[in-house]
Design a protein around this ligand. Sequence first.
Ligand code: BGC
Length: 395
Amino acid sequence: MKKKLLSVILAVSMIATLMMGCGDTTEETTSTGEVAEEVTEEVAEEVTEEPAAEGEVQVGIVLPTKDEPRWLQDQAQFETILGDAGFSTQVLFSQGSSATEKTNVEALVAKGIKVLIICAQDGSAAAAAVESAKAAGVTVIAYDRLITGTDAVDYYVTFDSFAVGAAQGQYLVDNAPAGATGVPLYLYAGAATDNNAFIFFEGAWSVLQPKIADGTFVIANSSEATGLSATAALTRDEMGKIIGQITTDWDFNVAKSKAEAHLTAVGADMKGDVLVLAPNDGTARSIADVFGSDPDVASFVVTGQDSEIASVQYVIDGKQSMTVFKDTRTLAADSVAMAVSVLNGESVATDTTYNNGVIDVPAKQTAIVVVTKDNVQSALIDSEYYSADEFTGLN
Ligand code: BGC
């Protein structure tokens, strides 16, 4: 039964992908998808709960911002899967504000949601919002970003974020100038309010630190990281100090101005052939543009993640070295499967736990795929995540 349901949801998600690009970006959206009727009916049959009354919303979704393509990818998946699964659903965006996020949660609770799927703007500030939802009897699913410091999180659906960071670090190690020592390494991180930023950095550090400790790489832009270069496993506090220096706040403009300031501050010995740990695609493109326009940077290897269309094009064009494919179809489908179980009063399938400082949150984790110029076709086009005509120069 469960297997059948999951496969149906995955089938719906595949169709959802074909529709990507059709979804609007309005602040509030009630789902209407055009998924094949047959599949829709099958999923609807799985929801044994009574249909929602007029105006009632069963599943509320809160996403951090519509200003980053990453979250529009997730929105597109949700709208189609949930709407066509027979749920009444609503997606709201917090637009970078924890206060808006809390108002959004309260508005959804007032509409009678049974399940809240929330990607926190700020993992610790979101605790208050989910505590109020929980007090109203809502089941809370943290989506992609863990909500910390509270017991009001029932489940967590996530990608393997440590693996994301480790893959970024490994790419830099594998593509560093052969045989060179003292290779300049520029480190950048996500927002310190996002638990993922720590996990990504931890994964990257696990791979980069031995190369820093033995002198193969030299950190160009963080005195805190340089001071900790002999430490293999960093504490959260130590990571916090490093991230405090190299954070981009997940903001392209912050990434750009930091990269410019760093390149202005260093001498010629920190230019030439360099390596750049960029935490995600949006920041990678900004940083790549800055490094690409410095005449004293002979070459640079730069990481990313999310496989945003613009970055996949950068990868094809050789302007960004790699990205990480996080298949949002799977994450959305896993959340929907959880919501279905909750609405049907069934047990929820999880495969690991994440400690959020207060409890071990039962979690469902999804693997990631490294994407370079060599596998754009097989990873992103053949899997029907994107269509080839969204890119130029793909062969
Ligand atoms: C997500 C990334 C995203 C970043 C910025 C992280 O929590 O996991 O996919 O690029 O936030 O929005």
